[in-house]
Design a protein around this ligand. Structure first.
Ligand code: FES
Length: 166
């Protein structure tokens, strides 16, 4: 009898289960890495497929960067309504109107076609009349109309065009 205790020999001696084994720890870490890799791969893909709502999209009213006088009769111009495109046009009779510029078919940006006195979508040759009504081609619905208000520009000549959601 020596009276001294011997340290455990070798690395495989294990006492009663006090926690996860080395193998379980490795399994947990591999499982966690697998989940994180999956999330890191899926998140950008889901973000692309379902874009998050932007605060700018909630814009309810904008003052256009051009005046009513600068908008020529029988013409149209694209403007930004929050982070979306809008189109303002002046009819041959001089009335100013504004619409969401995204085509109701597949959301291409429409343009004013002065020769036809209509709004066209060049993606698949969709046509709208000057009230925004879909009249030819694949667009299934009219353009979304905005409300247009004109007001005297502060401190200068000219008329501001204020466009808001109807
Ligand atoms: S996206 Fe406009 S006609 Fe198809």
């Amino acid at each position: 009898m020596t009276g001294t205790s011997q340290p455990p020999q070798g690395g495989d001696t294990q006492g009663p289960a006090e926690g996860p084994t080395r193998r379980e720890l490795v399994d947990y870490m591999l499982g966690g890495a697998f989940v994180l890799t999956g999330a890191a791969t899926l998140y950008p893909a889901l973000n692309y497929l379902v874009p998050p709502e932007s605060g700018e999209a909630e814009t309810s009213s904008v003052v256009l960067p051009f005046s009513a006088e600068e908008l020529q009769p029988d013409s149209g111009r694209i403007f930004k309504f929050g982070n979306q495109p809008g189109i303002a046009l002046k009819t041959p009779q001089g009335e100013i109107r504004a619409f969401d510029a995204r085509c109701s078919h597949l959301s291409c940006i429409v343009q004013y076609a002065s020769e036809q006195h209509r709004i066209m979508c060049a993606c698949h040759m969709g046509w709208y009349d000057l009230t925004g009504r879909n009249v030819a081609g694949p667009p299934p619905r009219p353009l979304t109309a905005f409300t247009v208000n004109l007001r005297k520009r502060k401190g200068s000549d000219g008329t501001e065009i204020v466009v808001s959601r109807a």
